[in-house]
Design a protein around this ligand. Structure first.
Ligand code: ADP
Ligand code: MG
Length: 267
C-alpha cells in the first residue's frame, strides 16, 4: 500500500508521517518512508540525523544507477522503519516531480519499491504545479494534515483538487484529513460539511511533540522512557489502524476558491 501525506508547510507532515510509520511498523508492517521535500528532514525523527538525499547520491555517482547500492540511500530508522530522502531539485531550477520520479526509478532498480507492505511519501506544502503532485501517481491513499485555520484548509482544498484530477487516471482515493496542533475544529468541520471527507484524527498542540522534533525521536521512542506519553502514540496508532482497514476514502469535490473564502471567513 502506498500513502502520500500532504499539507501546508510547517503544519506537521513530517512529524505525523514519522509517527504513523512507526505505528504501522508496530502493527507488523514493513514500512518505507520517503521524504519528498527539498527541506529533506522528513526522516529526521526516525533516524536522528539528516540522511544523504537520493539526488546527492546520484550526483556523486554521475547518475550511474548501477553504482548505487541500497545501503547508499536506504537508512534504518526507529522501529525498523526504512528511510529515504529524495531531496530537491537545484533551487529555482528543475522540478520536484522529476526528483520523485528518479527516486521511484532508483528504488525499482534496487528491487525495493515493491518490497514493502507500506510506502509513505511525505510530500510538501501546497500543490502549485504538476511536479508537486507526482507522488499521487504512485499512491493508493492521500492524507492531508491541516490545522483549524484558513491557510491550511485552503491548501487542503487545493490538494483535494489534485486528488480529484489524479483519480481520473489513477486508483487514488483521499483517506481524509488529519487535524494537527489544534484543540478547536470548527473550521475543519465547516470545511468537511461543504467538501465531504473523513476526519481521521485531530491532535491538539502537545509540547512533547514539539520537543520530539528537537530530540530527533518519535513519540514511540520517547514513550519507552516516559510511559505517560503512550496516549500520544494512541493518536497515531488510531490513524494507522484506519488506513490498514483499507477505507473506501473519497474522490473529493473541492470547493471553488471564492466559496472557500466565504465559508471560512467572517466577511
Ligand atoms: P512539516 O513537515 O509540515 O513542514 P513538521 O513536521 O516539520 O512540519 O512540524 C513543524 C514543527 O511543528 C515541528 O517542530 C514539530 O515538532 C511541531 N509539531 C508538529 N505537530 C505538533 C503538535 N501536534 N503539537 C506540537 N508541536 C507539533
Ligand atoms: Mg516536512
Amino acid at each position: 500500500m502506498k500513502l502520500a501525506v500532504y499539507g501546508k508547510g510547517g503544519i506537521g507532515k513530517s512529524t505525523t508521517s514519522c509517527n504513523i510509520s512507526v505505528a504501522l511498523a508496530k502493527r507488523g508492517k514493513k514500512v518505507l518512508q520517503i521524504g519528498c521535500d527539498p527541506k529533506h528532514d522528513s526522516t529526521f525523527t526516525l533516524t536522528g540525523f539528516l540522511i544523504p538525499t537520493i539526488i546527492d547520491t546520484l550526483q556523486e555517482k554521475d547518475y550511474h544507477y548501477e553504482d548505487v547500492w541500497p545501503e547508499d540511500v536506504i537508512y534504518k530508522g526507529y522501529g525498523g522503519v526504512d528511510c529515504v530522502e529524495a531531496g530537491g531539485p537545484p533551487a529555482g531550477a528543475g522540478c520536484g516531480g522529476y526528483v520523485v520520479g528518479e527516486t521511484v526509478k532508483l528504488l525499482k532498480e534496487l528491487n525495493a519499491f515493491d518490497e514493502y507492505d507500506v510506502i509513505l511519501f511525505d510530500v510538501l506544502g501546497d500543490v502549485v504545479c504538476g511536479g508537486f503532485a507526482a507522488p499521487l501517481n504512485y499512491a493508493d491513499y492521500c492524507m492531508i494534515v491541516t490545522d483549524n485555520g484558513f491557510d491550511a484548509l485552503f491548501a487542503a482544498n487545493r490538494i483535494s483538487a489534485s486528488v480529484r484530477e489524479k483519480s481520473r487516471t489513477h486508483p487514488l482515493r483521499l483517506a481524509g484529513l488529519i487535524g494537527n496542533r489544534t484543540s478547536k475544529r470548527d473550521l475543519i468541520d465547516k470545511y468537511v460539511e461543504s467538501v465531504p471527507m473523513p476526519v481521521l484524527e485531530v491532535l491538539p498542540l502537545i509540547e512533547d511533540i514539539r520537543v520530539s522534533r528537537v530530540k530527533g525521536k518519535t513519540l514511540f521512542e520517547m514513550a519507552e522512557t516516559d510511559p505517560s506519553l503512550s496516549y500520544v502514540c494512541d493518536y497515531y496508532l488510531n490513524i494507522a489502524d484506519q488506513i490498514l482497514s483499507q477505507p473506501e476514502g473519497v474522490v473529493p469535490k473541492d470547493a471553488p476558491d471564492r466559496e472557500l473564502f466565504s465559508l471560512l471567513s467572517d466577511f
